[in-house]
Design a binder for this molecule. Structure first.
Ligand code: PDD
Length: 285
């Protein structure tokens, strides 16, 4: 199946789609992005992604390249022309093409908008049955991780280091020893008292759309929730640990730095939240 990308007003075969080499996204990582899941041909939690997109744009003083209504149309068209059933849409907005200079370009330079589509297979059952491993490492990112910036070098280096250690994700640790989040996921534990714990929103973490959905589902189910930071030592004493993201949903973590979490098997609360999330997706989140 041929794939199509959207680039600044045109739908092009992926093989010929491109932006100019003086795009500020390419030169400075001067831009932001979103990853939106597509489930059974429908966008998942579209509104929440657009709210976060709008916030990221505002924080880096970048105007919407098209109206929200037009963007929604583009996203739908991308699903249609790519015959996308289950996968993701990646959208990126950068400060446009101009001669390299650190300061913002003069008014008149239009931001670049790019959208790509990708089919994704469901998470392999053994990952859910066995859980995944994470390894901890210092959080070397900038201080505005609430902005969904395309500048992801520390995230990439952490993920690669985790991969080389046979782990699925890196848990990033702040200067006080607390877990901020994963390199591309939010971090959670379930304490011995059955409390679901995740770090509160703020500049050190991304406001995950899946995090928000899981919090709402847990609340609806009457589960105990606490938004506070936690350390890896507490996670190792916890009953369960898990991660959330658009592509992973809620995924059990059963090893941290090579040591088992709880029983060393995925916990009931994580699996229940995953199930609730799957049901919400089918109903239309
Ligand atoms: N990553 N934290 C970070 C640093 C992330 O990059 C992501 C998402 C999340 C989870 O956010 P959400 O639930 O909205 O997907 C948390 C995306 C999927 C990515 O970069 O591919």
């Amino acid at each position: 199946m041929s794939r199509f990308a959207y680039v600044n007003g045109q739908y092009l075969p992926l093989s010929v789609a491109g932006v100019h080499i003086e795009d500020r996204g390419y030169q400075f990582a001067d831009g932001i992005y979103e990853v939106i899941a597509v489930h059974q041909g429908r966008l998942v939690d579209e509104e929440a992604h657009l709210v976060r997109l709008s916030r990221s744009l505002h924080e880096i003083e970048l105007a919407w390249p098209v109206s929200k209504a037009v963007l929604k149309h583009i996203l739908r068209r991308m699903i249609a022309i790519n015959l996308l059933k289950n996968g993701i849409l990646y959208l990126q907005i950068t400060r446009g093409v101009t001669r390299r200079d650190h300061a913002f370009p003069k008014p008149g330079v239009t931001p670049s908008l790019v959208v790509t589509a990708k089919t994704m297979k469901p998470t392999p059952p053994e990952m859910i049955e066995r859980g995944v491993a994470v390894v901890t490492m210092p959080d070397q990112r900038w201080k505005r991780c609430d902005i969904k910036s395309v500048a992801l070098l520390p995230n990439i280096l952490s993920k690669q280091a985790a991969k080389l250690k046979g782990a699925y994700e890196a848990w990033l640790i702040d200067e006080k020893g607390f877990v901020t989040e994963g390199s591309s996921t939010n971090a959670w534990i379930v304490t011995g008292k059955g409390e679901i714990v995740t770090r509160p929103l703020g500049q050190p973490i991304l406001a995950g759309v899946t995090r928000q959905a899981i919090l709402a589902l847990a609340k609806e189910a009457g589960l105990k929730l606490v938004e506070r930071p936690f350390k890896p030592a507490e996670a190792l004493k916890a009953q369960e640990a898990f991660l959330t993201s658009t592509t992973s949903w809620a995924l059990p973590i059963t090893r941290i730095d090579g040591k088992p979490v709880g029983s060393g098997k995925p916990g009931p609360i994580t699996l229940r939240l995953r199930q609730l999330y799957a049901e919400a997706l089918d109903k239309g989140l």
